[in-house]
Design a protein around this ligand. Sequence first.
Ligand code: MTE
Ligand code: MO
Length: 412
Amino acid sequence: MLSHHGLERAGRRGFLGMLAAGGASAVVQAQPPLAVRLPEAMARPGGADLPYGLPAPHEAQAERTLSMAAGFAVWRTPLQRQRGIITPSGLHFAVHHNGLPDIDPGRHELRLHGLVNKPLKFDLERLLRYPMVSRVHFLECAGNSAANALSPTALDQTLGEIAGEVSCSEWMGVPLSYLLHEAGLKDSAQWVVVEGADGGSHSRSLPLKALLKDGMVALFQNGERLRPSQGYPMRLFVPGWEGNVNVKWLHRLEVTDAPAYTKDESGLYTQVLADGRIERFAFHMEVKSVITHPSGQQRLPDPHGFYEISGLAWSGRGRIARVDVSVDGGRSWAPAQLQGPVLDRAFTRFTLPWQWRGRQADLMSRATDEHGHTQPLRSEWKRRYAMHSFNHYNAVQAWRVQADGRVENLYA
Ligand SMILES: Nc1nc2c(c(=O)[nH]1)N[C@H]1C(S)=C(S)[C@@H](COP(=O)(O)O)O[C@H]1N2
Ligand SMILES: [Mo]
C-alpha cells in the first residue's frame, strides 16, 4: 500500500521491509551462491600515502564550479555530491571581490579602535591564546540562486550551479565579545565597521549588539586553520547573516556610533522591493531548502525503482522544524524525516523514501523553521521584490523528473 494522500510514497517501514525482502528492483535479485574472487589489489603491496590527504582520484568530478560576475570570482559548492551536513573545506563555496590576497600570518594584525577606551592590536600568536568556541553553521551568499530569481526561464543546470553559494562548516574562534569588552566600549558605541585586508578593502557596518551576542573571529574551519579561500588567517563570522558581512582576511574593527554606508553596503547589498522601497541592512538569510538528489542534470537509472529523496534545509533565524516534500508539483505534501543533529543555523539533512513509477514527476521541498517562517513559492517571492532584485532568494526549488529519468530545473 504505497499511496498516501495521492503521493506515491513508501512509508518508512514499507521501504525498509521491501529492502529486506529483496523486493525492490533496485536491490540485488535472488542470486546463485557467490564465488569468492580475490580483489586485484590483494595481489600486490599497497602504494604510499601523502602527508596531507587528497580525495580519491576517481572522485575528481567533485569540484567547485567557477563563474566570474562583474569582476567577482564565484566558486560554487557541488551540493548535489554532498552527503551529511558538513561541506568538505576544499569544496566550500567562495566569493572573492578582489581576488585571493597572499597574507603572511607572521605579519598579519587585527586592530580594534574607534569608540573604545583602550584601542587594541592582536597578532595571531596573541589571538590563539584566547579561549575559543566551536559552532557548526552554514554560510550563504546573499546572491545565492540569483539566476533563479532573474532568469525568465528555468536554466537547465546542476544544483551546485543553481544554488551552490552556500556551505556548512564547523567554525572555531574567539567570541568578539571578549575582544570588545577588553577594549571597553564607550557609551555612544552602536556599530562596528569591519574591514578585510584584500585589495579594494571589502568592508561592512554591523550593529554592535548582534556582534556582542554571537559574532566571532574565526581561526579554524573543520578542525584545521582557515583555508585561504575562507579568509586565512582570520575572518569575521556572524551566524545566520548574509555571506558578505563575514569579512575575510579580517584586519580592522572600528567601533562607531553610525553605519559608514560603505560602497559594498550602499549599492550591492540593498534590495529594491516591488513597491519601490529599499531594504537596507537586511542581514538574516531566510529559511531555505534544496533536494540534493535527485537534482538538476542527474538521471534516475531505474524507472520502477525505489529512491531516497534527500536534501538540505537551513535558516538564518534558528533551527529547522520541518521539511515537506511533494512529488506531484505541490498538490500534496508529505513530511520528510529530519536527520539529526538538527542544529541552530546549520544545514539539516532531510530524507523521504519514494517509489518512482517511471512517469514525469515534479519534486519540491519546503522548509519551515522553529519560528514558523516558511519558504515562499517563486511567484510569491517575485511579487515581493522589484523585477531586477535577486538577493535573499529563498523560494521553493522544484525539479522535474522526466519520463526518461532525466532531472531538470523547474519553476513552480
Ligand atoms: N575581505 C573580503 N571578505 C569577504 C568577501 C571579499 O571579497 N573580501 N566576500 C564576501 C562575500 S560576498 C561572501 S558571500 C562571503 C563568502 O565567504 P566564503 O568565500 O568563505 O564562502 O565572504 C564575504 N567576505
Ligand atoms: Mo556574497
